[in-house]
Design a protein around this ligand. Structure first.
Ligand SMILES: O=P(O)(O)OC[C@H]1O[C@](O)(COP(=O)(O)O)[C@@H](O)[C@@H]1O
Ligand SMILES: [Mg+2]
Ligand SMILES: [Mg+2]
Length: 348
């Protein structure tokens, strides 16, 4: 589809070709996107309408919620629960799965979302976003429970994010490539500005929170030591660091100009399984990145193959340019072998 096409036309014409694109699916996507436009409005006017700062409450993960976390969560729930397209929803900000209340019609999809990603950035006016993932509701289930959401990322029907930055971008995959849109505020419509996004294979940018360096596993330490050594090290070229502390912004940068993003697991008690959440952060972003030609790994396995065992499960995330992600995987493999006492192999 050509640049300049409206999102409305895109979902009607382009998605019509997909088996998934029944009217239900198209309307569901449209409703999600409308909710995100409302969030975009609150985010951009946050300082004027007094919705910044802490909500003085904690989510299930013990993180202090921002007012905008709670507001964005409510916007998505209220915009979608009546739609008739969903069997249930799950969110970073809700302790348990949210089956669609009995008073509303039920649908055949499940929606999982991080209503506001990177929300520590709300007060400093740095990019944040919404991440979402659409799954099929198992047949015959009218009151989905946690178990019904625990599907490997490879089963996602659709994944997307909306980035609230200087411009508002929507990036979407239904398993047929990745398309990017920009919100035209004058007409209130997303416009296709980045058709068929692909990630450049070679990169010179990496994103990781360096303050956690002392806690990392040896494979991650080795990878970062080598890129930091630049021209003088084994990689023979200089790399540049970026860290926004909003995964949506990091993934968007990688889609635009390449790179690798790492949030590995580390020795700290609350990060020993990883920091980012599998169902509503790692899985949707991995689906998008793979569809754009990149790779997404825990360091030891493909993220999209992981069978979740908890709604709010955390996972290590190494995502972006294929060659770089595969290099980190090789380092893990070698170092795991060394630790288990197997003979040493040289890894390039
Ligand atoms: O503060 P840290 O440890 O650098 O973590 C930053 C990471 O945490 C997140 O903000 C987590 O998302 P939430 O804001 O939705 O909890 C990621 O977007 C980001 O990559
Ligand atoms: Mg998040
Ligand atoms: Mg969040």
């Amino acid at each position: 589809m050509r640049k300049g096409t409206t999102f409305t036309r895109f979902i009607i014409e382009d998605l019509r070709k997909l088996p998934e694109a029944t009217g239900d699916f198209t309307l569901l996507l449209s409703a999600i996107v409308t909710a995100c436009k409302e969030i975009a409005d609150d985010v951009s006017r946050g300082q004027l309408i007094n919705v910044l700062g802490s909500a003085e409450t904690e989510n299930i993960q013990g993180e202090t919620q921002k007012k905008l976390d709670v507001i964005s969560n409510d916007i998505l729930i209220r915009a979608l629960e009546w739609s008739g397209h969903l069997g249930g929803m799950a969110s970073e900000e809700l302790e348990e799965a949210y089956p669609i209340p009995a008073k509303f019609p039920k649908g055949k999809y499940l929606l999982v979302f991080d209503p506001l990603d990177g929300s520590s950035n709300t007060e400093v006016n740095v990019s944040i976003g919404t991440i979402f993932s659409i799954l099929r509701c198992p047949p015959g289930v009218s009151e989905p429970t946690e178990e019904d959401f625990l599907q490997p990322g490879a089963k996602q029907v659709c994944a997307g994010y909306v980035l609230y930055g200087p411009a508002t971008n929507l990036v979407l995959t239904t398993g047929q490539g990745v398309n990017g849109f920009t919100l035209d505020r004058d007409i209130g419509e997303f416009i296709l500005t980045h058709p068929k996004l692909t990630i450049p294979e070679k990169t010179h940018e990496f994103a990781i929170n360096m303050s956690n360096q002392r806690h990392w596993e040896p494979a991650v330490k080795r990878y970062i030591d080598e890129v930091v050594a630049g021209k003088d090290g084994p990689r023979g070229r200089d790399f540049n660091t970026r860290w926004v502390a909003s995964m949506v912004a990091e993934v968007h940068r990688i889609l635009m100009r390449g790179g690798i993003f790492l949030y590995p697991k580390d020795e700290r008690e609350n990060v020993k399984e990883g920091r980012l959440r599998l169902l509503y952060e790692a899985n949707p972003m991995s689906f998008i990145i793979e569809q754009a030609g990149g790779a997404a790994s825990t360091g030891r396995e493909r993220i999209l193959s992981v069978k979740p065992h908890r709604l709010h499960q955390r996972i290590p995330v190494i995502i972006g340019a294929r060659e770089e992600v595969e290099r980190v995987e090789r380092y893990h493999l070698t170092m795991d072998k060394e630790q288990s006492g197997s003979p040493k192999t040289v890894v390039q």
